[in-house]
Design a protein around this ligand. Structure first.
Ligand SMILES: Cc1cc2nc3c(=O)[nH]c(=O)nc-3n(C[C@H](O)[C@H](O)[C@H](O)COP(=O)(O)O)c2cc1C
Length: 329
């Protein structure tokens, strides 16, 4: 898989055909984060409408049996697309729909040429799209200032979704235990390790070339669960702030919209110079997900993403992406 091509905003076809302007937005959508770098999205462009649809061939059924993380990933791509649309002053309206068979949910972004822009997103987030990374390194022992936490909190535009910060040490220790227990349990399943190996092959761990096949073999044939569990516990404990994203209902549309919130938070963190990592394995074990739900002030909320935020020195390389042609339908 080639390295992700970084689009140049100067190449936006300002005076070109409207369809070319819409197609340009997809260069930003495809840079979104996704479960195991699976990039489970397809894009259609008909008239003035962009469709963001799930690509079920890229679904990871063992890791994500309910397809929750597939739709969260789709929401991340949608949010990149909308952030870029606002930046390039293209007015739109978003609707969600279900396929005729009812087994797929998609987003439809209807653009109206010349329409007034409703700028709801911070325009500064656009430049963060190409700089955002998932960080898997321990954080520096440095707090996040209150003012920055407020900016992160304000990333939530969806009043019906919840963004909760967890900073209580007891909760953090308990979550570290749950994350480690989830790793040990999930990695004991060879089918789970096979899906993870696919992510490593897609460049998820940013390993130097020759190490990738070795890591794939090690993950498939040796069980790295106990070692990764210790590592993830350490990563989580190093975080000055943990956050949970949740919604009241548990439908694909809730997952897409929570994915949008996650991506806006990730872009806000990037703009502030903070590093971010979703730590979702805990949520892949049903009983652990329930326990996380019970830690939230309103225990009717359904958690979808657990993430850590903090500081690191230096940056990480981008992970590869498939060419856009593999996602166009
Ligand atoms: C829904 C979702 C769940 C994810 N879960 C994890 C996780 O549990 N641990 C992790 O290290 N990264 C996780 N990631 C990050 C992906 O591995 C990452 O986005 C992908 O490899 C591409 O890399 P990038 O984000 O640096 O561009 C998740 C991403 C998404 C969208």
């Amino acid at each position: 898989m080639p390295a992700a091509d970084i689009p140049d905003p100067e190449a936006f076809p300002e005076t070109g055909a409207y369809a070319d302007k819409l197609a340009f937005l997809l260069e930003y959508a495809r840079l979104a984060p996704s479960l195991l770098n699976s990039q489970p999205w397809q894009f259609s462009l008909r008239d003035h409408t962009l469709g963001v649809l799930p690509d079920l061939e890229r679904w990871q059924p063992v890791t994500d049996p309910e397809r929750r993380e597939l739709y969260l990933s789709l929401g991340c791509a949608l949010e990149n697309l909308l952030t870029a649309a606002e930046y390039f002053r293209l007015g739109f309206h978003v609707a969600f729909g279900d396929s005729e068979r009812g087994d797929e949910t998609f987003a439809r972004v209807q653009f109206v040429e010349g329409a007034t822009i409703n700028q709801v997103r911070d325009p500064g987030l656009f430049h963060a799209i190409v700089r955002r990374r998932t960080c898997r390194r321990p954080f520096l022992p440095k707090l996040i200032p209150h003012e920055e936490l407020l900016q992160l909190r304000n990333a939530r535009l969806e009043t019906d979704l919840a963004l909760r910060f967890l900073a209580n040490l007891e909760q953090k220790r308990r979550l570290a235990e749950l994350v480690a227990a989830a790793d040990r349990r999930l990695f004991a399943n060879p089918d789970y390790r096979r899906e993870l190996a696919g992510g490593i092959r897609r460049g998820m761990w940013r390993l130097p070339g020759p190490l990738t096949p070795l890591a794939v073999l090690a993950v498939r044939h040796l069980n790295p669960g106990p070692r990764l569990a210790r590592r993830e516990r350490q990563l989580l404990m190093s975080a000055p702030v943990l956050a949970v994203l949740a919604s009241r209902n548990d439908t694909p549309v809730d997952w897409i919209r929570t994915g949008q919130l996650f991506q806006r938070l990730a872009l806000t963190a990037t703009k502030l110079g903070l590093a971010i990592q979703p730590m979702n394995r805990l949520l892949q074990v049903r009983s652990h997900r329930h326990e996380l739900a019970s830690m939230l002030p309103d225990n009717r909320l359904r958690p979808h993403v657990l993430l850590r935020l903090g500081h690191v020195d230096g940056g990480d390389r981008p992970t590869p992406r498939d060419p856009l042609s593999r996602h166009r339908v």
